[in-house]
Ligand binder design. Structure first.
Ligand code: PMP
Ligand code: GLN
Length: 379
């Protein structure tokens, strides 16, 4: 058939994980932990399966989970969304992003993305007939350029997509960034899609700044999160979004025909986890900060230059001192010849990204990180 997404192949994450497997490399490419999530969560899943929670969940998500999400949001961001009208449980953050984009973007609408940006946004926008407008973020700090942003605003601008903590740059937005965003779009009818899947993996002193903490922005925002990241279970594919009732009603129309509903026992198990072991997400920054610091320390002899990491479980490294190869070729060489798989940054960009940067996932056991560091130190 004539492709609706010409030029698009399988994602870089699929490609690099396959290459890592083929060459038996240590896989620091695709972002997933090499350890399991909490035992309590696993036990609760088994419990709910054994107790008959095996039929369709309500389309919007099981009530205990939506209520637990509402309470967690109130605790963290000082705003309690309505569990019935404002919260929708989705098949991972990926589905929430797709449903929100499909519900909000009409043919010809323009959507502003910050680049580098996560790979799922642009195809979803294009399938809705939307046009992506890009604001470049420059290393090493990847701060938004509000002048460049404002220059893109026009009659057709419908949606802004942001991501904090940011994959792949590992930088975070501060409240001042949300204030600047509000200032730029206050007078216009523009929606905001805030990808906050790493909300609990933030190392900044001020903590994670959520769009949900901004009283004006949250009136037109969809905030997206993922339990895959929070509970070390990326394979469970349970996420959610929070949005005002009128926006939620629209994205639920899409959700009900994308998946209708999400895995019932997993939702119930996650609700138990949020209620009974909230310390898990409260302690997550310390958990990942320790891994980040251990990995950076282990790489101190390396010729890689490590960039600041304020959030996510990714570390950026500049390899200019080691090789002249472009980043895609370097990552292939690194996987095949050195035995460490990483992600090249340019794949997150449609525009040229002429930097020598790779992304390394540190959601790994200490032994994995030390073994990878030993190989990288030899370069
Ligand atoms: N957004 C970002 C920024 C991500 O890094 C990821 C996962 N890698 C997702 C969305 C998708 O999350 P999920 O696995 O829950 O679909
Ligand atoms: N979000 C993960 C990453 O950035 C990958 C998820 C996927 O493979 N789709 O590595």
């Amino acid at each position: 058939p004539q492709s609706k997404l010409p030029g698009l192949g399988t994602t870089i994450f699929t490609q690099m994980s396959a290459l890592a497997q083929q060459f038996n490399a240590i896989n620091l490419s695709q972002g997933f932990p090499d350890f399991d999530g909490p035992e309590y969560l696993q036990q609760r899943l088994a419990y709910h399966v054994a107790n008959g929670a095996n039929q369709y969940a309500p389309m919007t998500g099981v009530q205990p989970l939506r209520e637990a999400i509402a309470d967690k949001t109130a605790e963290l961001y000082g705003y309690k969304p309505d569990a019935n009208s404002d919260i929708t449980v989705t098949a991972g953050a990926t589905e929430a992003l797709y449903a929100a984009i499909t519900a909000l973007v009409r043919a010809g609408d323009e959507v502003i993305c910050f680049e580098p940006s996560y790979d799922s946004y642009a195809p979803a926008i294009e399938l809705s007939g939307g046009v992506v407008k890009r604001v470049a973020l420059q290393p090493p700090h990847f701060r938004p350029d509000w002048q460049a942003f404002t220059a893109l605003l026009g009659e057709k601008t419908r949606l802004v997509i942001l991501n904090t903590p940011h994959n792949p740059s590992a930088t975070v937005w501060q409240q001042a960034d949300f204030a600047a965003l509000w200032q730029a779009i206050a007078e216009r009818e523009i929606y905001v899609l805030s990808d906050e899947v790493y909300e609990h993996i933030c190392f900044a002193d001020a903590g994670h700044a959520s769009v949900l903490a901004h009283p004006q922005l949250r009136e037109r925002a969809v905030a997206v999160s993922s339990f895959g990241k929070t509970f070390h279970m990326t394979g469970w594919k349970v996420g959610y979004c929070v949005a005002p009732a009128a926006i939620s009603a629209e994205l639920r129309k899409v959700h009900q025909f994308l998946t209708f509903a999400v895995n019932t026992p997993a939702q119930l198990a996650i609700a138990d986890m949020l209620r009974n072991q909230p310390e898990h997400y409260r302690e997550l920054p310390d958990f990942y900060r320790a891994r980040r610091d251990r990995f950076i320390e282990a790489l101190s002899e390396s010729r890689l230059e490590i960039l600041p990491c304020e959030g996510t479980y990714f570390l950026l490294a500049d390899y200019s001192a080691i090789s002249d190869l472009d980043d895609v070729s370097f990552c292939q060489w690194l996987t095949k010849e050195v035995g460490v798989a990483a992600i090249p940054l340019s794949v997150f960009c449609a525009d040229p990204f002429p930097h020598k940067l790779i992304r390394l996932c540190f959601a790994k056991q200490e032994g994995t990180l030390l073994a990878a560091a030993e190989r990288l130190n030899a370069l």
